[in-house]
Design a binder for this molecule. Structure first.
Ligand SMILES: CC(C)(COP(=O)(O)OP(=O)(O)OC[C@H]1O[C@@H](n2cnc3c(N)ncnc32)[C@H](O)[C@@H]1OP(=O)(O)O)[C@@H](O)C(=O)NCCC(=O)NCCS
Length: 152
């Protein structure tokens, strides 16, 4: 991961995640996660493919691979670039990459009131579980996470 790519991820992170939900990661967390050989970042530009220059990125995702399965740790698209299919395109790219690494399933956790649910269900994810009080919100409240799985 280059500094330019990390800058691009943090620019999208800061714009995409509403601080009230406490879902965003800071730069140190991202840099540290990406030092692990099983953790991968994908950047996406306006055309739905990797951008020529990381500064042109409109979306990103971070996944962690384990034998036979992968987990989407973060996925985000800039607010002004949403509802144009980039989120779906990111999921399709992650699924292709996961298949190539031999995975048969992808998981993710989502706070239970996230409208991204519509996207996940449309892309074939099924809700398979609930983790009570998984998220700590900015106001001190807790919120459950729904675990989704996609069979590849
Ligand atoms: C979730 C997210 C990545 C989706 O990105 P996107 O580029 O808008 O996704 P797409 O354009 O591919 O959406 C495809 C479909 O998903 C559904 N969808 C996506 N976002 C939606 C929203 N906020 N509300 C309702 N439906 C939504 C729609 O059905 C949409 O199709 P349509 O536009 O034809 O109606 C983006 O909203 C985001 O960055 N959210 C903030 C960060 C976040 O919560 N990440 C997920 C953490 S689990």
């Amino acid at each position: 991961m280059t500094d330019d790519e990390l800058d691009a991820i943090m620019r999208i992170m800061d714009a995409a995640f509403d601080p009230q939900w406490g879902e965003a990661w800071n730069r140190r967390q991202i840099a540290s996660a990406l030092t692990m050989s099983n953790t991968h970042a994908t950047l996406m530009g306006a055309s739905g493919t990797a951008p020529a220059d990381p500064g042109e990125s409109l979306g990103f995702a971070i996944v962690r691979a384990a034998p036979g399965e992968e987990e989407i740790l973060l996925i985000a698209v800039m607010p002004q670039a949403r509802r144009r299919g980039l989120g779906a395109r990111l999921i399709a790219t992650l699924a292709d990459n996961a298949r190539q690494r031999g995975a048969t399933r992808i998981f993710l956790e989502m706070r239970e009131n996230n409208p991204a649910r519509t996207l996940y269900v449309a892309e074939g994810f099924m809700p398979i579980g609930r983790r009570k009080n998984y998220y700590s919100l900015r106001d001190g409240a807790r919120m459950d996470a729904i675990t989704f799985a996609l069979d590849l």
